[in-house]
Design a protein around this ligand. Structure first.
Ligand code: TXA
Ligand code: MG
Length: 339
């Protein structure tokens, strides 16, 4: 299949919308990461999304809308706290899980009775969804298991030949996927941390709890609330270890490990001014927000450079830290050293 690369002119976004309306697949920018979109009302489109990503079919997709009025018909029930969260955080880097209505095919939700809905802030994303004329089911536009794409080149690398078109909307502003809150239950549950922090959510829905799986791996027989959590995620080819704590102590620990692994190609992902000898250094950013924005791109870059071992500096500096920890710990398969 030939994959067309589109700019963001109205005529091209309109054509991309027609591709989705006809049952095709288009990757598009959002403020979080690039999405791989198909019509949420077309079971065949949804099957093609799973195939293009190599995604297990028991992992449900997020449905994207371009107007808040589109939300209600997709859902069966909206509690008061759900409504408050919707009013506070949509549009934005936020996904809400609600009981689904009969309009959503089972393929989208992997047979669950709930649906994840997101109203992106990104203008190109909204124009595309409007042009498609249907809600757009879209997972992140990466091959399943790889870091999510935050630059168009990542999408080109993963999806060329697998989908109809890619809209080049530049780099994603947030860089980690949307915050997901399950508001279909008595007590809302934060399933995935992101640009909307737990603190921000608690201001609107104070009883919200955090799914403990955010920072640990599931036990063998455990069923996750968020099916995606059980899969290997964000994993570059390099072996990642997170070194977490005060930046002075972090430097000493990484120096020691670099010396022990002098026969390997090592890389360090920094969030400080620390310098390291004989390692490929990529700077994530000093603030949590910068670090989050650059994290996935840096993980992909280490692979491109043939790095075998990555040490990732980390120190939580604000409420955004939970979103980074969640991605870093997963990409490190829980290899975390606290110093
Ligand atoms: O920022 C984002 O959310 C991006 C952009 C493209 O919108 N999308 C994204 O989709 O990250 P994806 O498929 O990579 O991650 C969606 C997560 C998965 O872990 C999935 O299991 C979970 O949402 N999910 C979807 N529907 C669900 C449901 N009904 N109940 C629980 N978890 C659900
Ligand atoms: Mg994903």
């Amino acid at each position: 299949m030939e994959t067309k690369i589109f700019g963001t002119d109205d005529s091209l976004v309109a054509e991309a919308g027609r591709i989705i309306a006809r049952g095709g697949l288009v990757a598009f920018p959002t403020e979080t990461v690039y999405g791989l979109g198909g019509s949420a009302f077309c079971a065949e489109s949804v099957r093609k999304i799973y195939a293009a990503k190599g995604r297990p079919s028991d992992n449900p997709l997020i449905v994207h809308i371009a107007d808040i009025a589109e939300l209600e018909p997709l859902t069966a029930e909206i509690s008061d706290s759900a409504r408050a969260l919707i009013n506070a955080f949509m549009p934005g880097p936020f996904t809400i899980i609600l009981k689904k209505s009969g309009k959503i095919p089972n393929e989208v939700t992997a047979g669950m009775d709930t649906v994840a809905i997101r109203f992106p802030e990104n203008e190109t994303a909204r124009r595309l969804i409007k042009a498609a004329g249907v809600p757009v089911a879209a997972p992140s536009a990466n091959i399943s298991g790889k870091p999510s794409p935050t630059k168009v080149q990542h999408v080109i690398d993963d999806m060329t030949g697998r989908i109809d078109a890619i809209i080049d909307g530049g780099d994603c502003a947030v860089g980690v996927e949307s915050t997901i809150v399950d508001a279909s239950r008595e007590v809302p549950v934060l399933l995935r941390p992101g640009g909307i922090t737990y603190e921000m959510i608690r201001e609107i829905a104070p009883d919200t709890v955090v799914d403990p799986n955010i920072l640990q791996s599931l036990k063998a027989d455990e069923r996750p609330l968020c099916p995606g959590m059980k899969y290997k995620h964000y994993a570059p080819d390099a072996e990642v270890t997170v070194i977490e704590g005060d930046m002075g102590a972090v430097k000493a620990e990484i120096d020691k490990r670099l010396a022990e692994n002098a026969d390997k190609i090592c890389g360090v992902l920094t969030m400080s001014e620390n310098c390291y000898d004989s390692a490929v250094i990529l700077h994530g950013g000093i603030t949590n927000r910068e670090y989050a924005k650059n994290l996935f791109a840096c993980l992909r870059k280490f692979d491109e450079l043939g790095v075998q071992i990555v040490y990732a500096e980390f120190e939580s500096r604000d409420g955004y830290g939970l979103a980074i920890r969640n991605r870093l710990y997963k990409s490190a398969a829980q290899r975390v050293i606290r110093v």
